[in-house]
Every structure is written in C-alpha cells, then in structure tokens.
Design a protein around this ligand. Structure first.
Ligand code: NAD
Ligand code: UDP
Length: 316
C-alpha cells in the first residue's frame, strides 16, 4: 500500500471482527486504503483472508491498549476493537475494560497526532436495562456498574466521555455511533449471541436455549444497513451520539419461533435462567439518524435472516 496515495487512508481497530471486517470491505469499495489493527482476541484472520492480495489493504497485529504506531498520513480512525458478545466480555472482563478505556485513549491519540477524523463504535448497552422505550440518544441510561455487564457498559460509557472530551478540549472531529443488535455473515457460530446461537442450534437439531421466559425484546439490524449508517455518520459533521439499528422489535421467544419456521429441524424451545441484568427491552429510536444522515434500514428481517442462515449452513 502506498502512503502517498490520493486515496483516503482509514485505520480500523478491531477490523478482524464481525463488524470491523464488513466495514473494511465497505471502505475498500469506497476507494479507501485500509489499515486494520487487531490482536485476534475475539476476531479471526478468516474474516480478512479474502483481502490478502489487495494492495490497498494492510494488517497490523497489535493490542490497542498499548501505544499505537502507524506510519504516514491517516484520514480516518474507526475504533471498533472490543469484545462485544456477552459471553466474550464475561470471560474477558479486564481486557474489555482496558480496550474501552486505554484502547480508546490510544486510538484518539493516534487520530489527534494524524489530525484524522475519529469514530467510536459505542453501543445500545450504554442505556443498560432501559427505563424509557424506545431509546433516544438523550436518555442517560440505567446501568449497574458492578454487575457482570458493567465491564462492557461502563467501558463504553467512559469511551464516549473520552471521545467527547477530545472533541471539546482538542477540537477534534469525532463521531459516536450507538450500535444496536446487529447480525449477519461472519458472526462466530459460538459467540453466544442469540442469532448465531439459535441458528446453529436449529441446524444441528439441538434445543433453542431461551433465557428467562423469552419475553425480553431486541431489535435486529442487518449488517450492511448498519455499516451504511456508520459510513454516513463518519462523513457527517455531527458530534453527538447517533443510534444506528433497525426499530423492528420482537421478543426472544418470537425470534426463536421464527427460526424454527425457517429451518427444517427437530429442535424445540428450552428455557434457561435469565442472565443477571439482561435488558428487558431494547429498540432504537432512529429519528436522529433519519434526520441527520438520511439513513433508514433497507434489509428486512426475512431477507437478512435468510442470508445469515445460508452463511451458517456453510460453516456447520
Ligand atoms: P467482534 O468480537 O467480532 O470484533 C471485535 C474485534 O476487536 C475482534 O477482532 C477482536 O480481536 C478485536 N479486539 C478486541 N480487543 C482488542 C485489542 N485490545 N486490541 C486489538 N484488537 C482488539 O465484535 P463485533 O460484533 O464486530 O463488534 C465490534 C464493535 O462494535 C465493538 O466495539 C462492539 O462493542 C461494537 N458493537 C457491536 C454490536 C453488535 O451487535 N455486533 C452492538 C453494539 C456495539
Ligand atoms: N439469549 C437467549 N438465548 C441464547 C442467547 C441469548 O435467550 O442462547 C437472549 C439474551 O438473554 C438476551 C437476548 O437473547 O435477552 C439477546 O442476547 P445477545 O447475547 O444476542 O445480545 P444482548 O442484546 O443481550 O447484548
């Protein structure tokens, strides 16, 4: 990759993960040169192997909680590095806190040094177990800092505060996206999130493990829609948090029944204890994204889930 290219240069931390690898593909197709930085703690080289011969792509294996060095000019820093599935961050509480705090500080430092525009991948988990519904960006959230999910939620809340401070005090051009549950190809079969869990269970005739009574809700966004919203946010001039997600809400039990309809299987529903602090409802209010970014999800649930099932069939 040439450093004197007239193409924009993007750094993607966490680019070997589910979302980061889709973002990398999107940036390459938009004409960027892309440098991915990842330590593979939850990501995989397989997510990037199709780019091995691409001269506009470069990979640096590095833990971003340590000082980040990137030679040459950089235009955009997309900070996606962080464990993201509840199973991952429960197993990796301290790396999760460190990447949200130290990793965000280093990624902001890189962007400042390069005078680059910075985007933080934040989360709907900043709202915790929300007391308002649907969630607007003005809601401050209901998070238990010392509960099991606190390591992720508080790390992301800290990361948002750090990003705003760099905007306010250093005059940096920063963006914050609050990502709601997203699904699609390249999720890990066993990352524990409900979409890969139910699809892989149905494909292997195992019971679908519904946590609690399955009345808790989530709203699932297909990955290409999410990436488009995030790309538009980076290119906008808006500095406050923006929700990106699909407002179509369903209970987890409804989601399980949909999977049983779509996949020929002998699986049934099996009820397991609800994890501590599991949010009871979640649905994005996307008025801000609609207004500022002229963005709207395009892929409906039936189409997105069919594509995702096809992907998992090829992986089982
Ligand atoms: P993922 O686990 O697939 O990807 C995260 C990537 O970050 C992995 O490749 C991992 O190896 C890398 N990473 C973690 N710590 C690192 C470190 N210290 N140094 C270098 N690399 C490191 O998860 P994902 O679903 O792609 O999530 C990506 C981002 O989006 C995360 O910041 C997550 O919090 C956010 N997010 C995702 C969702 C979702 O539904 N997928 C929802 C809300 C927020
Ligand atoms: N869930 C479930 N069975 C599973 C995995 C998850 O019932 O095997 C539930 C989980 O308790 C939560 C919802 O599905 O209420 C979404 O979980 P996920 O881990 O995908 O993400 P979260 O939105 O909780 O971060």
């Amino acid at each position: 990759m040439t450093q004197k290219s007239s193409r924009p240069i993007s750094v993607v931390t966490g680019g070997a993960g589910f979302l980061g690898s889709h973002l990398t593909d999107r940036l390459l197709s938009a004409g960027h040169d892309v440098i991915v930085i990842d330590n593979f703690i939850t990501g995989s080289p397989q997510n990037l192997e199709h780019l091995a011969e691409n001269i506009h792509f470069k990979f640096i294996r590095h833990d971003v909680t340590e000082y980040i060095f990137v030679p040459g000019h950089v235009d955009y820093v997309w900070h996606f590095a962080s464990p993201a599935s509840p199973i991952d961050y429960l197993e990796l509480p301290i790396p999760t806190l460190k990447v949200g705090s130290l990793g965000t500080h280093n990624a902001l430092g890189l962007a400042r040094e390069k005078q680059a525009t910075f985007l933080l991948a934040s989360t709907s988990e900043t709202y915790g177990d929300p007391l308002i519904h649907p969630q607007t960006e003005d809601y401050w959230g209901n998070v238990n800092p010392v509960g099991p999910r606190g390591v992720y939620d508080e790390a992301k809340r800290f990361a948002e505060a750090m990003t705003m401070a760099y905007h306010t005090f250093h005059g940096m051009n920063t963006k914050i996206v609050r990502i709601f549950n997203t699904y699609g190809p390249r999720m890990r079969l066993r990352d524990g999130r409900v979409v890969p869990a139910f699809i892989s269970q149905a494909l292997t005739n195992q019971p679908l493990t519904i946590f609690g009574d399955g009345s808790q809700t989530r709203s699932f966004c297909y990955v290409s829609d999410l990436i488009e919203g995030i790309y538009r946010l980076m290119m906008s001039q808006y500095h406050y948090p923006v929700n990106i997600g699909n407002p179509r809400e369903m209970t987890i039990q409804e989601f399980g029944k949909e999977i049983l309809k779509l996949i020929p299987t002998s699986s049934t529903l099996e009820f397991k204890p609800l994890p501590v602090d599991d949010p009871k409802v979640r649905q994005p209010d996307i008025t801000r994204a609609r207004t500022i970014l002229d963005w709207e999800p395009q892929v409906d649930f039936e189409e997105g889930i069919a594509r995702t099932i096809d992907y998992f069939k090829s992986k089982i």
